[in-house]
Write a protein that binds this ligand. Structure first.
Ligand code: MG
Ligand code: ZN
Length: 382
């Protein structure tokens, strides 16, 4: 399927001019706060298509450090989002479909749970259901990503301070038990609202109680259907979490639907989702620039679609094409900004994202030789 990306001829003139976007690498080597931003399915081509479609500019260009990660999972060269996010959350390579468990099937503590243990505030934001593989891997421990109701129950087992995403029905319309987890969240002190009551932009959570906003009963709409809460959430969440703990915070923000647009081989929606995610990155950057103690790491769990930009018939347009409807094995980029950003340059494993965040937070050295030694031996390529 061929879909055109139009690059106005004027744009070429600006290629050699001074860019409007300035790079201002902040100093200091240890962050108090870490915002991990995951563009699901966001490879270099998705980024490039977004950039050219946006007048040759992205917020991502403000990041002074870039790296590349190897995304394969424990049993497959091509990962899914469960294994991909578990690598970031727990530091172990695992099998596709796993959520917060390593390849031996055992639960591993997540960076979010460890941040809570250390007294930090924590949050999850996604444009999928909040129980979907990527956010789920930071809070739940289940052998199968499809078990959304089991994943939802984990939100009651932690002290997470904020979550924003779809999937209300996995909390409120449960077939596996009679619990209503929305009521339980309220009883636990959460300020819980949802899309049917208020838009996220009309809410200013005080910070005195934990906060949850459900953006949909199941999966949220795409940007093409009017979804607009991701940049709002990216602006709100860091300010909120900063109020929740003096010790700092860990926040994961996912642009979930870049992946879905690529699975559908829908180039215009890929660009829309990419630019929505980039707008969210801009909001997080604004916070980090003012705060000075916040590290932002932007990466992807894998590339989706084998997307390419090919020469079109006209010299100022490109064809956006896809090789597959599935994920691919290509390396994906990492962008880092803020204290500790320099740690994220180079080519390394996706599991190192966890390790770098853990070390930069200055969390206690883990006794069990845990993932570090085992992972390396555990690499398999069958
Ligand atoms: Mg995802
Ligand atoms: Zn996918």
């Amino acid at each position: 399927m061929k879909q055109l990306i139009i690059i106005p001829a004027l744009l070429f003139l600006s290629f050699h001019q001074t860019r409007e976007i300035q790079t201002a690498p902040p100093t200091g080597n240890r962050p108090k706060n870490i915002i991990l931003m995951i563009g699901d399915g966001m490879g270099l081509t998705q980024i490039t298509a977004g950039m050219y479609s946006n007048g040759n500019k992205l917020q991502l260009e403000k990041f002074p450090v870039t790296g590349l990660i190897k995304t394969y999972s424990a049993r497959q060269l091509i990962t899914d989002s469960g294994a991909g996010a578990t690598a970031f959350a727990c530091g172990c390579k695992t099998y596709n479909g796993a959520i917060g468990v390593c390849k031996n099937g055992k639960s591993a503590p997540t960076i979010l749970e460890q941040a809570e243990q250390q007294g930090l505030a924590t949050g999850l934001v996604a444009t999928s259901s909040i129980t979907h593989a990527t956010p789920a891997s930071f809070i739940a421990h289940v052998p199968d990503r499809a078990d959304m109701q089991a994943i939802a129950a984990y939100f009651l087992q932690t002290d997470i301070d904020l979550f924003i995403g779809g999937g209300r029905k996995y909390f409120a319309e449960r077939t596996v038990d009679k619990r209503n987890l929305v009521d339980e969240l309220s009883a636990k002190g959460f300020e819980v609202t949802d899309y049917s009551t208020k838009k996220l932009q009309d809410i200013t959570p005080s910070g005195s109680s934990p906060f949850a906003w459900f953006s949909a009963s199941e999966e949220p709409a795409g940007v093409n259907e009017g979804r607009d809460y991701l940049p709002v959430a990216a602006r709100m969440a860091p300010v909120f979490l900063k109020k929740r703990s003096e010790k700092g915070f860990f926040l994961m923000i996912e642009g979930s639907q870049i992946d879905w647009a690529c699975h559908a081989n829908n180039a215009p929606n890929t660009v829309r989702e990419m630019l929505d995610f980039d707008a969210a990155i801009g909001e997080a950057l604004r916070f980090a620039e003012a705060d000075g103690e916040t590290l932002i790491v932007v990466t992807a769990d894998h590339e989706t679609g084998g997307m390419a930009l090919e020469q079109s018939r006209s010299p100022d347009t490109l064809d956006m094409t896809f090789q597959t409807k599935l994920h691919t094995a290509t390396l994906v980029p990492v962008f880092a900004y803020g204290p500790g950003a320099e740690q994220f340059g180079g080519v390394y494993e996706n599991t190192d994202i966890y390790r770098k965040m853990y070390d930069l937070f200055g969390f206690p050295v883990q006794e069990e030789e845990k993932k570090v030694g085992k992972n390396k031996k555990g690499r398999r390529f069958e």
